[in-house]
Design a protein around this ligand. Structure first.
Ligand SMILES: Cc1cc2nc3c(=O)[nH]c(=O)nc-3n(C[C@H](O)[C@H](O)[C@H](O)COP(=O)(O)OP(=O)(O)OC[C@H]3O[C@@H](n4cnc5c(N)ncnc54)[C@H](O)[C@@H]3O)c2cc1C
Length: 265
């Protein structure tokens, strides 16, 4: 199996929809006003440079005070020193689709540095709800079939409740909310949802560290790998100590190297 064959077996998608952009003219204006020179690392991304710039402001380590460190070395040094608040300046927004409500219930427990906007089951009609097949059974057609029966039954019950409660006459938005609230309780936790998640580098790093390698939580591992892929495309040095590995079960795991081993490289 190729190392990313798992990606064809998951319904989850992660779209990077926003990433840091440096407003160069304003940075140049600051440097000119203060008569500073900032020697920059060619190829460093805006997300990486924003963190470096913010860290340098703490010590005004521009010009003669600037060490010969590259951007990658500067960021690794911040991490080693535990100067993690500087990482909070770079934020990314990721749109997740094809994930289960069970997954997002766990995701939204992360509060510090995170913002969420999720598809509402009170404002959105779920008559055509889709379900996320549990990754633990995708290779077992017999179990998928039994699970699909349960999913179909839950959608049937949802539709039955909606149509019965509508027959009783729904007036206004709050009554409709009441109808959908009652009906949605019949839907499985596997109901597919869509969520926009914004977080800064420090918060994403914490999330990936505590969630990315929980062996029995396949959906969390897979979505963590998709998210890492997005973030590393925009700020590779901010996530250079994280990597995706393939476990024997055929699914990815996001692992992090300890800062100690980072320091010896
Ligand atoms: C393996 C595993 C099993 C779990 N099992 C359960 C379970 O059975 N039941 C359950 O309810 N939850 C469970 N959780 C969720 C867990 O308790 C956390 O709510 C969730 O992981 C969010 O992490 P966090 O608290 O680090 O939050 P984040 O918002 O990501 O916070 C990041 C960090 O900021 C600091 N921080 C954030 N908020 C505060 C605060 N109010 N006060 C002080 N410091 C703060 C902490 O250092 C925290 O680690 C589990 C999580 C994992 C990883």
């Amino acid at each position: 199996m190729s190392s990313r064959e798992w990606s064809t077996k998951t319904q989850a998608c992660a779209y990077l929809i926003s990433a840091p952009v440096l407003l160069e003219a304003n940075i140049e204006r600051f440097l000119e006003d203060e008569k500073y020179e900032w020697r920059r690392t060619p190829g460093a991304t805006d997300a990486e440079q924003l963190v470096e710039f913010s860290g340098r402001v703490c010590y005004m380590s521009f010009g003669a005070s600037q060490s010969p460190r590259t951007n990658a070395e500067y960021i690794a040094n911040l991490r080693r020193q535990g100067h993690d608040s500087v990482l909070e300046h770079s934020n990314w927004t990721v749109l997740l689709t094809g994930v289960s409500r069970a997954f997002t219930h766990q995701l939204v427990r992360h509060r510090a540095g995170f913002s969420y906007s999720q598809l509402s089951q009170q404002y959105h009609d779920e008559t055509e709800a889709k379900f996320v097949t549990p990754l633990g059974i995708v290779d077992r057609p017999d179990l998928v079939s039994a699970w699909q029966d349960a999913a179909e039954e839950s959608r049937r019950t949802y539709r039955r409740l909606i149509s019965a409660l509508h027959t009783d006459g729904v007036q206004g938005r709050e009554q409709l909310r009441g109808v959908r609230s009652a009906a949605r309780s019949a839907l499985l936790e596997a109901t597919a949802t869509t969520i926009v998640v914004t977080a800064n580098a420090r918060a994403w790093r914490h999330f990936l560290r505590v969630r990315g390698s929980i062996e029995g939580d396949l959906e969390m591992r897979v979505v963590s790998a998709l998210i890492l892929h997005c973030l590393a495309s925009s700020g590779p040095q901010l996530f250079s100590d994280f990597s995706e590995v393939l476990l024997d079960d055929g699914w990815p795991s996001v692992i992090v190297q300890s800062e100690d081993s980072d320091a010896t490289r």
